[in-house]
Design a protein around this ligand. Structure first.
Ligand code: FAD
Ligand code: NAD
Length: 467
């Protein structure tokens, strides 16, 4: 029997950050992970998908250079891709970061148990490790079991119907890829495989791609997909998938009510993620639920005393940085600090072509509260750095949303190549309660994309220089 102060279940970006912080605070901490340290994000999510996206961009650049070339650079022959080697490169990054998480946990004196945890009561779990069973009893339990891919009703996963996990391990670029769901994963991976040479079809139930983002932000992405020859079926649903000899025929009911069979070598289902609440004794812990998620308060406390829950398990947004922020906070609360989870903004980034970022309120959301707004945007077509990086012609822009009475910034959004790297400044501006004058009065280095943010703020004050 291991007795500990803190038991963390799940070694994803929620759980491992909670464990490291608890260890740093001198709390006796045990982390249990059934698979590999790093969780969904590091092993089969954020990092591998961004590596694949990067490789796909390189390949696409080279494809575009064949013949007359671009920027005076040309290739005589079309490039080829050996996806097996790309995946080995991607796995190398994952392995390195996975090892790094292990080192950080050791440095923080966290004891790691590799095995599946099953709770018998709220503070006791049995862990099935390769060396046998261990019982762990803790004063505080942090639940961070994350989420798994949702399947289509009545359609089990199994090749050729795959989730993002298998899509990130393919050893061949599928000739025909059908993606169900035009959300984050469908569009990030659909775009990457399109660049790698797949003939991509996307089926989305709602009327537009990325339905949780506002339309002006998603229009440049939709235009890119159309230019790249990706077939979009919007307002469409999958009626049935027939599998035979490794190939699928997907019956798609289109917006106009017609059922069309579409053949595909792989069907990538990306219709959301389901919190991992099954198979580990959650029902024995007597915690309240909020729909499919574990219910928490503003401190990530569950309804059971000294049982905490964080990350994808507790609901939207299912993002790694939210999980980590909650994990860090819970460890500090257990350590005696006064904290609560009340960020002004949780940034969201979609790694499509072009990229989209959003922090705080969109004009629509801000307008719904009845306040008078100033909304201004500045196009990357007028930004020297964007043009010098071929990032100015995709219809991208930075937009600021502010209250018109006191000029407090309420939201910042951008779409364009490389805009993911601007999101830190946007989030900081909101957390610090910036006014439009604060952004306008900050010298932004030239030539950088951040000047577009500065100019958007200047424009909102009626004094833009470069437009
Ligand atoms: P997870 O990372 O899911 O970790 C939970 C861990 O708990 C797992 O390792 C699991 O093995 C373990 N576990 C579960 N049950 C038990 C048990 N009973 N015993 C022991 N261990 C257990 N988010 C972003 O912010 N940016 C991105 O770019 C991004 N890209 C993504 C791309 C893809 C393809 C996917 C699928 C997700 C992506 N996400 C991204 C989402 C991100 O991965 C999740 O929000 C994040 O991993 C959630 O962290 P978590 O710690 O809550 O859970
Ligand atoms: P999602 O919620 O982003 O998108 C799912 C899409 O599928 C939606 O557009 C929805 O309308 C559509 N859909 C649902 N049921 C459907 C059906 N039967 N037929 C057709 N379309 C259907 O979910 P996801 O793309 O699976 O990603 C899961 C989560 O992972 C995201 O919500 C996000 O939190 C996280 N993630 C984040 C990033 C990032 O931060 N860059 C990247 C990937 C994933």
């Amino acid at each position: 029997m291991i007795q500990t102060k803190v038991l963390v279940v799940g070694g994803g970006p929620g759980g491992y950050v909670a464990a490291i912080r608890a260890g740093q605070l001198g709390l006796d901490t045990v982390l249990v992970e059934a698979d590999r340290l790093g969780g969904t994000c590091l092993i089969r999510g954020c990092i591998p998908s961004k590596a694949l996206i990067h490789a796909a961009e390189k390949f696409d650049d080279m494809r575009r250079a064949v013949g007359d070339g671009v920027l005076g650079i040309s290739l005589r022959e079309a490039p080829s891709i050996d996806l097996k080697r790309t995946i080995i490169w991607k796995d190398g990054i994952v392995d390195r970061l996975n090892g790094g998480v292990g080192v950080l946990l050791r440095k923080a004196n966290v004891r790691v148990l590799l095995g599946w945890a099953t709770f018998t009561d709220a503070k006791t779990c049995m862990v099935r490790t390769s060396d046998g069973e261990e019982t762990v009893r803790a004063e505080h339990v942090i639940l961070a079991t994350g989420s798994g891919p949702a399947s289509l009703p009545g359609v089990a996963f199994g090749s050729p119907v795959i989730s993002s996990t298998e899509a990130l391990m393919l050893d061949r670029v599928p000739e025909r890829l059908l993606v169900v769901g035009a959300g984050y994963i469908g569009l990030e991976l659909g775009t990457a495989f399109g660049k790698l040479g797949s003939d991509v079809t996307i089926v989305e139930a709602r009327e537009r791609i990325l339905p949780n983002w506002d339309e002006p932000l998603t229009n440049p992405v939709r235009r890119w997909l159309e230019r790249a020859g990706v077939t979009l079926h919007l307002g469409a649903t999958v009626e049935m998938i027939e599998r035979s000899e490794g190939v699928a025929v997907v019956k798609v009911r289109t917006k106009d009510g017609v059922t069309r069979p579409i053949a595909a070598d792989q069907v990538l289902v990306t219709v959301g993620r389901t919190p991992s609440t099954q198979g580990w004794g959650l029902e024995a812990m007597a915690v309240d639920m909020a729909g499919p998620f574990v219910h928490i308060d503003e401190c990530c406390r569950t309804s059971m005393r000294d049982v905490w829950a964080i990350g994808d398990l507790v609901g939207e947004p299912m993002l790694a940085h939210k999980a980590s922020a909650q994990g860090e906070m819970v460890a500090e609360l257990i350590g005696g600090a006064r904290r609560q989870f009340d960020p002004v903004a949780i940034p969201a980034v979609c790694f499509t072509d072009p990229q989209i970022v959003s922090v705080g309120l969109s004009p629509e959301d801000a307008g719904a509260s009845g306040v008078d707004l100033i909304v201004a945007q500045f196009p990357f077509a007028a930004n020297g750095r964007a043009l010098s990086m071929e990032a100015g012609e995709d219809g991208g822009f930075v937009r600021v949303v502010a209250r018109s009475d006191d000029h407090r910034v309420l939201g910042i959004q951008a779409v364009g190549a490389h805009v993911a790297e601007l999101v830190g400044e946007f989030t900081l501006a909101l957390e610090m309660g910036a006014l439009l004058e604060d952004v306008a009065g900050t010298i932004h280095a030239h030539p950088t994309l951040t000047e577009a943010f500065h100019e958007a703020a200047l424009r909102s004050l009626g004094r833009a220089i470069h437009i």
